[in-house]
Design a protein around this ligand. Structure first.
Ligand SMILES: [Zn+2]
Length: 405
């Protein structure tokens, strides 16, 4: 690899004797140029190297950029020209190598499944990787790709780079738009027999070095996906943190770890039901309960978000409206539930409501005094409630016509 920068031929080397050629005051930072090409500037979707530079004093290298074809070290303090020792931040570099190689594996995996997928925006730094790909992808596609990438990491495939004449690039090499129309040579990074891609970034020497690949965020649209991921120590730390947040609550709020998705769904539903219930209570405080007289029967009906059959039963029991009376409570939600509690009516509770429940797609039963019915999820709980109320009202009215009371 003669003539190629050392961060390509030996990306694990991080200590160099260098010559500081110039140092320019750029206001809030200093720009230092070296005589040697040993540190990688930001470019090709990858952040610049960081580190320290020791000459007359030790200064921090905050970033590395390319200005008009020259590699420039961004430092926080000025440094004398002449000999110096450059130490590249090995953790930041290594994390970029892991993230960049993982990006190749992830995009290649999507392309294997959907050959029309193309890589769009990309940003790799020492914290995380961010990629945007085109194509109509689902979250299952992303999670399936994550699992496959983990498999390739475990296979320990060698990562090698070669310089190839652009004219010799065949279709099996992934390359960004415009690369094939250039002249000269490009660097092709090969990961075992899994992927070949034209790239100027830094990469691990073996996929086993990535250790862990974990998607930590994603957004899907009709035309593509935005994905953020972590690798190595950072992925492990994040996985441990999230897992332990769940584990910590296993005994204070008992549930099985595998049920965490259902628990979160339930929590979300509880919050929205609580909001609806609070609005309901506010409404009741303003207008009073919905009670009407039909003949000498008291008929009360309420829409009760957040209640279940048991809570409605307790509530109806404690009302003590006196006979004759009928109480209809309705709890909306994933499985809407209706309760009809009767006291001193000429017929059993089911006489007043069963037909309507069945007609509206539900089923139920109970004792002489109480009928409980359930429905499948509906898009309009309020309409269902109103139809039930209207139907019970109609049947109670029929009693009045028959008995005259
Ligand atoms: Zn790369």
């Amino acid at each position: 690899m003669e003539g190629l920068p050392v961060y390509w031929s030996d990306p694990t080397r991080t200590e160099f004797e260098v010559t500081v050629e110039s140092c320019r005051d750029a206001g809030d930072h200093f720009e230092v140029t070296l005589g040697e090409s040993v540190i990688r500037p930001a470019g090709g979707g990858q952040a610049g190297d960081r580190g320290t530079l020791v000459a007359d004093r030790e200064v921090r290298v905050l970033d590395t950029a390319e200005h008009n074809g020259n590699v420039v070290l961004i430092t926080d303090e000025p440094v004398q020209t002449g000999p110096a020792v450059l130490t590249i931040d090995a953790q930041w570099r290594r994390s970029m190598m892991r993230n960049h190689t993982a990006e190749h594996l992830f995009v290649a995996t999507l392309v294997h499944k959907y050959p029309s997928v193309r890589l769009g925006y990309i940003w790799i730094d020492g914290e995380r990787g961010t990629v945007e790909v085109s194509g109509h992808l689902t979250e299952d596609d992303l999670f399936d790709a994550e699992r496959r990438v983990q498999g390739v990491i475990a296979r320990g495939l060698p990562v090698q780079s070669t310089m190839v004449e652009v004219s010799a690039l065949d279709a099996s090499v992934r390359a960004r738009e415009g690369v094939r129309s250039r002249s000269g040579r490009v660097r092709v990074v090969s990961i075992g027999d899994y992927d070949r891609s034209a790239c100027s970034g830094t990469h691990v020497l073996n996929t086993a070095d990535i250790r862990v690949f974990k998607i930590v965020d994603y957004r899907l649209s009709d035309t593509g996906a935005h994905v953020e991921f972590l690798t190595g120590d950072r992925a492990v730390a994040r996985l441990s943190h999230v897992f332990n947040e769940v584990l910590r609550r296993k005994y204070t709020y008992p549930y099985e770890l595998d049920q965490i998705g259902a628990v979160l769904d339930k929590g979300k539903r509880a919050v929205s039901e609580h909001t609806a219930l609070r609005e309901k209570v506010m409404g009741l405080l303003r207008s009073g309960p919905a009670v009407e007289r039909i003949g000498n029967t008291t008929f009360m009906h309420e829409f009760l978000p957040g209640f279940d059959a048991k809570a409605m039963r307790l509530c109806a029991k404690s009302l003590r409206l006196g006979a004759p009376s009928a109480v209809l409570f309705f709890a909306p939600g994933r499985k809407p539930t209706v309760l009809l509690w009767t006291d001193g009516l000429p017929h059993g509770a089911s006489h007043y409501i069963r037909d309507a429940v069945v007609r509206l797609g539900g089923k139920g039963g109970g004792s002489r005094e109480v009928f409980t019915g359930g429905f499948r999820e509906t898009s309009d709980d309020v309409a269902l409630f109103e139809q039930l109320v209207e139907s019970v009202r109609h049947t109670l009215n029929a009693d009045v016509r028959v008995t005259g009371t």
